[in-house]
Ligand binder design. Structure first.
Ligand code: FES
Ligand SMILES: [Fe+2]
Length: 428
């Protein structure tokens, strides 16, 4: 369990909060590149860390993320006209460039010094892979750009989707480092999901329902090792890297693409779950890519034109009790992503952690909370740069491996959990 004040510290990410300031040290996903498909396309509302903004792509392809509300009298610039290298408020015609600088104030007599003094809060927006990233902190302390492997491999090797999740970021994220639920909640998916099934590792996963957890520190966060019995004298290890503040990777299965998530706070009661799949050494097949688009694996089938899952809170996630009875799904909810989301959202917008009963299988979660709390407090009290800001810390991989019982997972996997471009993942 967690004290209420610590639960608040970890779950509140608005401006001026300790966790909010922590998140503002990092580049984080702001939207998918597909949301701004062409120059002068419609602007997109973006809410992150409780700040409301609009993203737009100007006539020259420059990307901007600016305060949603016009500096004049506060109209939403989502209604803006994206034209002539700027976003123009349709109320009285004030126009802003991608840096938030007002470039025209046509409602007033010519007064260049007035215009020069009008500027919206704005953050950078940079495309890396399928994601547009932003840094919402002090520009003087802006770190180098992120180097996560899913975003830096060639385009044909990677796919990213996103979905709106109706709960605080922390309880969504905690699902990403919780290997013990896989055997239960996702047992149907291990047998049938086109992006999961067929791996030898799945058999170990299903056979041993009581994984033993060992958690090791990494430069950027943690390696969470989950150990299950394999053949006589050996263990099956699944190693989940966590890079602070909110990046996790699922250990691989066979030659399937490797997947993972980025959990991004929208506000304290909602988050974006970015879900990616990539293969370090080969293009995704057409069938794999189609399966991802169709919402298999870690991806969701969303309501067309939105990032809200078709199965959601308002329709009880289309729970199918008959499929549950037949043994096709463990919870009755279809699809790995929505199995996770349904239960995480079921806890309420911000779960009351003063009431939880943590067990040894939750040791990754306990360690991650400690790291987050320590980093947020060190930043607040001493200005200490937190782990995971340095792009070197991003170059980690998940791994799945069978090891003799005497071997330590981390000693045996030092190379397996490091990104070596052009080498395959370590997988069972
Ligand atoms: S409110 Fe935007 S120009 Fe007046
Ligand atoms: Fe899960």
């Amino acid at each position: 369990m967690l004290r209420q004040d610590i639960n608040e510290l970890l779950t509140q990410t608005g401006p001026g909060t300790p966790m909010g300031e922590l998140f503002r040290q990092y580049w984080i996903p702001a939207l998918l590149a597909e949301e701004l498909p062409e120059d002068d396309c419609p602007p997109v509302r973006v809410k992150l860390l409780s700040e409301r903004m609009v993203a737009f792509r100007d006539s020259a392809g420059r990307l901007g993320l600016v305060d949603e509300f016009c500096a004049h009298r506060g109209a939403s610039l989502w209604f803006g006209r994206n034209e002539g290298s700027g976003l123009r408020c349709p109320y009285h015609g004030w126009k802003y460039d991608v840096t938030g600088q007002a470039v025209e104030v046509p409602s007033e007599a010519d007064n260049p010094s007035f215009c020069a003094n009008v500027k919206l809060t704005a953050y950078p927006l940079v495309r890396i892979g399928d994601v547009l990233w932003t840094h919402m902190g002090d520009p003087a302390k802006r770190p180098p750009l992120p180097e996560f492997e899913f975003a830096t491999v060639p385009a044909e090797q990677t796919y990213t989707s996103k979905r709106w999740q109706q709960c605080n970021w922390l309880q969504a994220f905690e699902g990403g480092i919780d290997s013990s639920h896989v055997t239960f909640l996702h047992s149907g998916g291990l047998r049938s999901d086109p992006l999961f099934k067929g791996a030898k590792g799945n058999e170990y996963n299903m056979r041993d329902t009581k994984p033993f957890f060992e958690v090791a520190e990494s430069d950027g966060g943690l390696f969470v090792g989950a150990r299950r019995n394999a053949e006589e004298g050996s263990y099956y290890w699944r190693i989940t890297p966590y890079v602070m503040p909110a990046f996790t990777m699922v250990p691989p299965r066979g030659d399937h693409p490797v997947h993972g998530h980025f959990w991004v706070p929208i506000d304290d009661e909602n988050c974006w779950t970015y879900s990616f799949d990539y293969h370090p050494v080969r293009a995704l097949t057409a069938a794999e890519r189609q399966a991802m688009i169709d919402g298999h694996g870690v991806h969701s089938r969303n309501i067309p034109g939105t990032y809200r899952p078709a199965a959601n809170m308002d329709n009880d996630y289309l729970i199918d009790r008959a499929a549950q009875k037949r043994g096709e799904t463990y919870s009755g909810v279809a699809g790995i992503a929505m199995q996770d989301a349904s239960l995480q959202e079921s806890m309420g917008p911000i779960v009351d952690r003063t009431k939880e009963r943590l067990v040894p299988a939750d040791s990754g979660i306990i360690k991650a909370r400690q790291k987050l709390r320590r980093a947020a407090e060190a930043l607040r009290d001493h200005g200490t740069t937190p782990p995971g800001v340095d792009p070197e810390h991003h170059r980690v991989r998940s791994a799945a491996i069978v090891l003799p019982v005497a071997e330590s997972f981390l000693d045996s996997c030092r190379d397996a959990v490091r990104v070596v471009p052009g080498t395959p993942q370590t997988t069972v």
